[in-house]
Design a protein around this ligand. Structure first.
Ligand code: COS
Length: 392
């Protein structure tokens, strides 16, 4: 997508969820995309590209909405601005969206539970785009079932000693700071997990391997062999890590929905452009009712998912209410919708749709992981069902 990064159209900024400052952020995002900063970066070197993208976004002030300042709490993170950012960046370029998202996800737990020293050390650098952040939760046997994790941390004097592995960790291998979740054993299951901050030069920390994926981005397996870190790196209370992980995901899940919307909107625009141009059976593709039916569904389903997404963000920002249910609904609806929308766009492009270098081909690869990461579709259904079954 990088060779064709493009500014999104934003009629939806008139929706009642937004305030004038969101239009200012929208303008800053448009300026960033239009400046060519994304296209100038070599996307074949994903590590280098992510570093440069994060640096450029930090300099443009775009990360300020996703990363809390050291003296502010997570309430200062504005979900609508994060969603706007991810929707715009995903529309322009999948890697730019990824790089933006990881700064927020990787630092959220530090804003939630970090000591003043840790916050002062890490948050300004992540916010400025000088450091890259990562969120190390998943393990081979503990992805959706987080509470089953086995990577362990044991207290030893003034330190903790970490042993085990984490995998599918975005920014793994290039991050300057990792939020890590490990079993400390205060209780079985979810109540025996704690959150920590790990730096790449901690003794006993290594990258066990890099992982290649269909939409290339930095991804790795992390290994901890008697890795010793000071106890001051603990986030929140011992045994409180699962809740910190869930609270972090509650904040950022709606933004995964927003990224999916950006991909879907780009697919619709590409499909419309193509349908208007492509001659077929003596008219254009756009003149065929089957094409019109497809576009009608694509546009309607995308706007429906957008309403769920911005409802979740607005509820958190303005109503200051829990959004576990709303964010899960948004992620479920938007990622599944975007997959369908993009698939239909590929179909309209015919043979060109699966050709390397076509925007819809890259969208087809980009969208797939969003139905899995930060809680798979099946987990979102479970969360919505649990919340719906709760006595009111
Ligand atoms: N906010 C705050 N606390 C939460 C919470 C939330 N959103 N969700 C759960 N908790 C608390 C519960 O209240 C419970 O607390 P108590 O022990 O005090 O009662 C504790 O955490 C355990 O919750 P629960 O029993 O619901 O945990 P489960 O093991 O059943 O897990 C799911 C529930 C499946 C929802 C959870 O594991 C999950 O979200 N999995 C997906 C994780 C994910 O996104 N993985 C991708 C990796 S990140 S790319």
């Amino acid at each position: 997508m990088s060779s064709a990064s493009k500014v999104i159209s934003r009629e939806w900024l008139d929706w009642p969820f937004f305030e004038p400052r969101h239009r200012t952020i929208g303008q800053a995002l448009d300026n960033f995309v239009a400046s060519g900063a994304i296209d100038a970066i070599d996307h074949n070197d994903v590590d280098g590209a992510c570093r440069k993208l994060v640096r450029a976004m930090g300099e443009a002030g775009l990360l300020n909405c996703a990363v809390a300042p050291p003296d502010g709490d997570v309430a200062t993170i504005d979900s609508r601005s994060i969603c706007l950012s991810r929707e715009s960046l995903a529309y322009a370029d999948g890697l730019a969206d990824f790089a933006f998202a990881m700064q927020g996800l990787g630092s959220g737990a530090i804003a939630l539970g970090g000591s003043p020293e840790l916050r002062n050390k890490v948050l300004p650098k992540v916010r400025a785009g000088e450091w890259l952040a990562a969120f190390a939760l998943s393990e081979k046997q503990a992805g959706s079932d987080v509470a089953a994790m086995s990577c362990a941390a044991r207290a030893d004097g003034d330190d903790y000693i970490l042993d085990g592995e984490k995998t599918w960790i975005s920014n793994g291998g290039i991050a300057d700071v990792y939020t890590l979740f490990a079993r400390t054993g205060e209780a079985p299951g979810a109540r025996g997990i704690s959150a920590f901050v790990v730096f790449p030069d901690d003794p006993g920390f290594s990258i066990a391997g890099r992982i290649d994926v269909i939409a290339p981005h930095p991804l790795a397996t992390l290994r901890f062999d008697a890795c010793r870190i000071p106890a001051g790196r603990l986030l929140g209370a011992p045994g409180g890590g699962f809740k910190i992980a869930m609270q972090t995901l509650d904040i950022f899940r709606a933004s995964v929905a927003a990224a999916a919307l950006g991909f879907a909107r780009r697919a619709i625009d590409e499909a419309v452009g193509h349908a208007r141009e492509r001659r077929i059976f003596g008219s254009t593709l756009a003149d065929l009712q089957l094409t019109q039916a497809a576009l009608g569904e694509m546009a309607t389903e995308t706007d429906a998912a957008a309403l769920l997404t911005y409802r979740a963000a607005w509820r958190r920002d303005v109503q200051k209410l829990p959004t576990t249910r709303e964010a899960a609904m948004a992620k479920l609806a938007a990622t599944e919708t975007a997959q369908k929308v993009i698939d239909r766009a590929v179909q309209m492009f015919g043979g060109r749709g699966v050709q390397k270098g076509e925007v819809v081909e890259s969208l087809y690869r980009e969208i797939r992981a969003l139905r899995i990461y930060e809680g798979a579709t099946e987990v979102q259904k479970l969360i919505v069902a649990r919340e719906t079954l709760k006595p009111r």
